[in-house]
Design a binder for this molecule. Structure first.
Ligand code: ASN
Length: 322
């Protein structure tokens, strides 16, 4: 008998549609409890941790969730944990859990794109696939996983790519690491590296902005006036910025504020290729930190976590090359 804890946090998977107005809203009763009767060989523990839409999720909620999971895994000697979550910020929660959870039992995050009483609701099948993944031996030592639409993704790579399609979660450039079929939970890849940070709270403010063609200097100037501990910029292409932004970025780095560059491109990594004004090489030369394929929202989470451990620019650069 496997012991699986299901932690509900809310999101569309826990909502229903008002048939008169078409409005989708949180339920008071969680509609997923019935789904669990169809599985055998498992003892469930259920915890209604939150019931919020995921745009209301904060990084403090996420850390509380991580601490709760670690406590429950030791208290109950669990074999796996499944978290239900709204899809809008699911990837951020999954990635933060991946970075800071202490336990090593499988943890799977799932959600739904259609609410519980909509035709073709994907909540129950996603929950079942997530539970079966958490129960599987293949899920061990792969870090936090994201399971929706019969696909298994790593928390590091999974991202929401479509506003409404049930096949919204994808892993750009790598693809899923496994699939869930009627008979099997099948892994065809494994993550190459895992990173762990021993922290139990977050205290740093990290901002995220996006570069655009002809970006106004005033935007960077205004951002630089905000009190912050770090800045993540979704830069252009391989990690390049419009010339107007170079001076304020340089000043920020000189003040000791880490500036982390990701790309606004869907695929690829940022590199110090271009030597022109605002090019990645110039930015790197004056201390901007380049990343290794994370998207902006995940780089923000990682910088918040990393800053709890170090503010040393070389160490941060090293952490972001992992
Ligand atoms: N499909 C969803 O769950 C979207 C919803 N707005 C949420 O993230 O809470």
């Amino acid at each position: 008998m496997k012991k699986i804890l299901i932690i509900h946090t809310g999101g569309t998977i826990a909502m229903s549609e008002d048939k008169k107005t078409g409005e989708v809203k949180p339920n008071t009763e969680n509609p997923l409890h019935l789904t669990l009767n169809s599985l055998e060989g498992v003892q469930f523990y259920i915890e209604d941790f939150l019931n919020i839409p995921s745009p209301h999720m904060t990084t403090n909620h996420m850390v509380d969730l991580a601490n709760t999971i670690d406590r429950r895994v030791s208290e109950k000697a669990l074999d796996g944990v499944v978290i239900t979550h709204g899809t809008d910020t699911l990837e951020e929660t999954a990635y933060l859990l991946d970075l800071i959870l202490k336990n090593t039992c499988p943890v799977v995050v799932t959600g739904a794109m259609r609410s519980s009483n909509e035709l073709g609701s994907d909540g129950p099948p996603n929950l079942l696939s997530a539970i079966r993944t958490a129960m599987s031996d293949g899920a061990k030592n792969k870090g936090v996983l994201v399971v929706l639409n019969d696909e298994i993704h790593t928390a590091k790579n999974a991202t929401k790519t479509h506003t409404s399609n049930i096949a919204t979660f994808q892993s750009p450039q790598y693809g899923p690491i496994g699939i869930v079929t009627k008979r099997r939970v099948h892994f065809h890849h494994a993550p190459t590296a895992r990173e762990k940070f021993r922290i139990t709270s977050l205290s740093k403010k990290v901002l995220l902005i996006k570069a655009v063609a002809g970006m106004e200097k005033e935007i960077l100037d205004a951002v630089c006036n905000i009190q912050m501990d770090g800045l993540v910029i979704e830069a252009l292409g391989q990690g390049n910025m419009p010339p107007s932004t170079v001076k304020p970025i340089k000043e920020l780095v000189a003040r000791g504020i880490p500036v982390v560059l990701v790309s606004r491109c869907f695929n690829g990594i940022v590199q110090d290729i271009y030597g022109y004004e605002g090019g990645g090489r110039q930015l790197k030369n004056f201390g901007v930190i380049l990343t290794n394929g994370l998207n902006g929202q995940k780089a923000r989470i990682k910088l918040m976590v990393a800053l709890e451990k170090t503010t040393d620019m070389d160490q941060l650069q090293h952490i972001f090359q992992q």
